[in-house]
Design a binder for this molecule. Structure first.
Ligand SMILES: Cc1cc2nc3c(=O)[nH]c(=O)nc-3n(C[C@H](O)[C@H](O)[C@H](O)COP(=O)(O)O)c2cc1C
Length: 314
């Protein structure tokens, strides 16, 4: 069955299509989002940004808020647990340019979880609801990304999704895993389908979409309004086009553009360092992936990176 491409209405906003790029810490900066939008992504999110970090005027935090010219909808993700601090972050000048503010209720890492943030909010629905209530007061379009629960069999996401809808959230994204799973294991499409069936606002399905077929299967099995690509888009950002039936001829050009975009903001050497992790993903599936990965990690200039790219078979 071919995938149903349609726009998604998120509050007052309307996306070009229903294939989204996930927030990915360390990856989804302005440059990656820009190439994904060029390749046809309907909506792209920044990586998670600390609401507290914003109130402390942290410089590293601010770099995460750089945006690209072609971001026709700008979406930022925040994490935190204090409703008041999150609302103030939503109202801050730093986030003025963003149309959508997503609240992270899925991050599993101990540093975040043990702080009562991210996926820990699945265990505290009243708090999660008041966070959304407060953030909505900012006048921004508020969305929420969550997991199914912290650990099986607690399926807290169903109640959490209803609670945040009631609090004024305009969309929910469900990563079909539990906190305990981290990033391993199967996706529970049935549970995402249950959430979709219980809400009026759009529900986006996320998890294990690495190919065109995966995207079709995910939409088919969940009945969700759209899919969100995460790790799949890191090694193959052209999936956004391919899922929509548009072949991408020159994939090397895409990667080179990724480098050139970073060069508009950072020094050549810094770009080489920033791109190391991403290069390791771009070369996944290559016959000589290990060799290319090694070369990319040793590269100190973008010229060297571009030479590696030139040798890839994409
Ligand atoms: C390196 C990495 C960083 C991530 N950072 C975030 C983040 O900042 N915010 C968030 O909501 N999810 C984050 N996630 C989770 C992804 O958005 C997504 O929900 C998860 O990877 C499942 O999708 P996938 O199986 O298609 O990769 C991250 C995942 C990875 C692998």
């Amino acid at each position: 069955m071919a995938m149903k491409i349609k726009s998604v209405d998120i509050g007052r906003l309307s996306t070009k299509n229903n294939i989204f790029l996930a927030p990915l810490a360390g990856f989804t900066d302005f440059s990656l989002r820009s190439i994904c939008y060029d390749l046809g992504a309907g909506l792209c999110f920044t990586e998670m940004v600390s609401a507290k970090g914003l109130t402390y005027n942290n410089q590293n935090t601010k770099e995460l808020l750089l945006t690209a010219d072609n971001e026709y909808i700008k979406a930022v993700q925040l994490f935190g647990s204090e409703p008041d601090i999150l609302r103030r972050a939503c109202e801050s000048r730093d986030l003025e340019k963003f149309d959508i503010i997503d609240i992270n209720m899925g991050c599993p890492v101990p540093k975040v979880f043990n702080n009562g943030e991210g996926s820990k909010l699945l265990d505290n629905i009243p708090l999660a609801q008041s966070i959304v209530k407060e953030c909505v007061k900012s006048g921004k379009t508020i969305t929420v990304k969550m997991r199914l629960g912290t650990q099986r069999p607690s399926f807290a996401a169903l109640d959490l999704a209803k609670a945040v809808e009631q609090a004024g959230a305009s969309m929910v994204t469900v990563h079909g895993r539990y906190r305990d799973d981290y990033y391993r294991g199967e996706i529970d499409y049935d549970k995402i389908a249950q959430i979709k069936g219980a809400l009026k606002i759009p529900v986006i399905a996320n998890g294990n979409v690495f190919s065109v077929k995966d995207a079709e299967l995910c939409l088919d099995k969940t009945g969700a309004d759209g899919v969100m690509l995460a790790r799949g888009a890191l090694s193959k950002p052209w999936l956004f086009s391919e899922i929509q039936g548009i072949p991408v001829e020159n994939k090397k050009e895409v990667i080179n553009r990724h480098i050139d975009l970073l060069l508009t903001k950072y020094s050549d050497q810094r770009v080489a360092v920033i791109l190391r992790k991403q290069m390791a993903l771009y070369v996944l599936g290559q016959r000589d992936a290990k060799k290319y990965k090694q070369q990319a990690f040793e590269a100190t200039s973008t010229k060297e990176l571009k030479q590696i790219i030139n040798n890839l078979v994409l």
